[in-house]
Design a protein around this ligand. Structure first.
Ligand code: BDR
Ligand code: CA
Length: 339
């Protein structure tokens, strides 16, 4: 198996998400290669009620006994931003979906984050939606960043946006919250568009996932993988309608793999900030690629100190291994025998 990690302990993770097809795959990848303790949801790709239902559906389809907590419906200051043009109004456009047989847990996601991180040092937060929940938790409980192993997030870009010319969707949806997270005193790993567009969804991947769903075209052994293949099929149709080609980024699983399989990545620590004011550039992440900043190096002039923060910028990954890990995760988790 690609990137075999059998000999090392699985990192303990909480996934903060807004499913969305790529969030759903990230949940499955986290369950396969990490110890997935909990899932928190945040308004983003679709309104909070929809993304919470989609997180619960993902757990149901893949037989995951992981608690789901609903969090913030709206950003700290911005108006809510959704992505129906990519994910449909429900966030899960494409497949026919089963009726939901489970409910979110109490308390609110922010309270859960505070309680869980205080109870258990050394957890990773994998933030793959707008940063609202994590920033709110950090503001209410300033001791949290110091208790974490770190935050690995999908968001931003070092080279242009997708929601606007300058800004990536998650960063634009709540830039004030992302600013809080970037400035927090914990290790931050950033999987921006420049990284996540290297790991792509295309017709071949959809076909590989359909094979996992029903090996040899036989009986459907893995209904979760079938739903993921249908979600990705819809995603490719939307990309084709919007951009004229059938290739899209497989964004969110990258932020999980950056924790479970860091050896697949090249990471460089770079001064990074998020633009809060620009009329053309609000939500843009600015990654200073002029210099390599090493631990303890104070010799580099950091312009606008206070706005730039040290962030491990994930620059590249082994896409062949990452793709294979994603397909293996959908296979393993979707067909495990104790369901
Ligand atoms: C990010 O935005 C969402 O649409 C995806 O789920 C991903 O987290 C990509 O810009
Ligand atoms: Ca997402």
């Amino acid at each position: 198996m690609a990137g075999d990690t059998a000999d090392r302990p699985k990192p303990r993770l909480i996934v903060d998400c807004d499913p969305g097809q790529d969030d759903a795959v990230a949940i499955v990848v986290a369950a396969a290669y990490g110890e997935l303790l909990g899932i928190t949801t945040v308004g983003g790709n679709a309104p909070l009620a929809d993304v919470t239902r989609n997180a619960l559906l993902t757990c149901q389809l893949f037989g995951l006994d992981v608690p789901v907590y609903a969090g913030e419906a709206t950003p700290l200051k911005a108006e809510p931003l959704h992505a129906p043009e990519i994910h449909g109004t429900s966030g899960f456009a494409g497949p026919s979906l089963p009726e939901l047989d489970r409910e979110p847990e109490h308390p609110h996601a922010v309270e859960y984050l505070i309680e869980r991180v205080r109870a258990d040092e050394g957890l990773w937060l994998v933030q793959i939606g707008p940063a609202t929940n994590v920033a709110t938790a950090f503001a209410k409980a300033p001791d949290l960043p110091g208790r974490l192993a770190g935050v690995s997030f999908m968001g931003g870009s070092a080279s242009g946006g997708n929601r606007t010319a300058a800004a990536e969707f998650n960063a634009l949806a709540d830039p004030e919250a992302l600013d809080v997270v970037l400035g927090s005193d914990t290790e931050i790993r950033m999987c921006g568009l420049d990284l996540t567009m290297q790991l792509t969804v295309d017709d071949q991947l959809v076909s590989d996932i359909r094979d996992v769903a029903a090996p040899d075209g036989g009986a459907l052994g893995n209904p979760g993988a079938k739903v993921i293949a249908d979600l990705f099929g819809h995603y490719l149709e939307r990309i084709e309608a919007l951009a004229g080609h059938r290739v899209g980024g497989l964004h969110d699983p990258c932020a999980v793999l950056a924790v479970t399989h860091p050896e697949l990545f090249e990471m460089v620590k770079r001064p990074t900030g998020v633009e809060l004011r620009g009329s053309l550039t609000r939500g843009m992440t600015v990654v200073d690629r002029r210099s390599r900043v090493s631990e303890g190096d104070t010799g580099i002039p950091w312009t606008d100190a206070g706005q730039f923060h040290p962030v491990w910028h994930c620059v590249s990954l082994d896409v062949v291994a990452a793709r294979s890990l994603v397909v293996d995760a959908l296979n393993q988790v979707g067909t495990k025998s104790d369901r």
